[in-house]
Write a new protein. Sequence first.
Length: 117
Amino acid sequence: MTDAPAKSKGGRPKGYPRTGGRKKGVPNKGTIATREMILRKGNPIEFLISVMNGNRFTAAPEEGSRRKSWAYPTMDQRLAAAQTLARKVAADMKSVDLSAEEGRAPFVFQFISGGQQ
């Protein structure tokens, strides 16, 4: 009876640094191509603004008809477009812990109005 050789797992041994591949934060080619196609075909921000403003859009023609028909976004669609734009413009508000460290004075906020005191 002979001893079977130990099976190798292959690949890079643990502890060795990673080499090759795409750097962190660099989009892959598919993402770049998709983004470029969207921007070539139309500006999504301008589209969302048009929806939010309630502008009319060309609708798909009814079957057998060659006439253009128009459609207007619903109030729900307008609100959804406004919310999407607001998320892009204003970053999400996050709470920040402002508690004083031990041995240090607490923060004092004084609000001064533009009116007379």
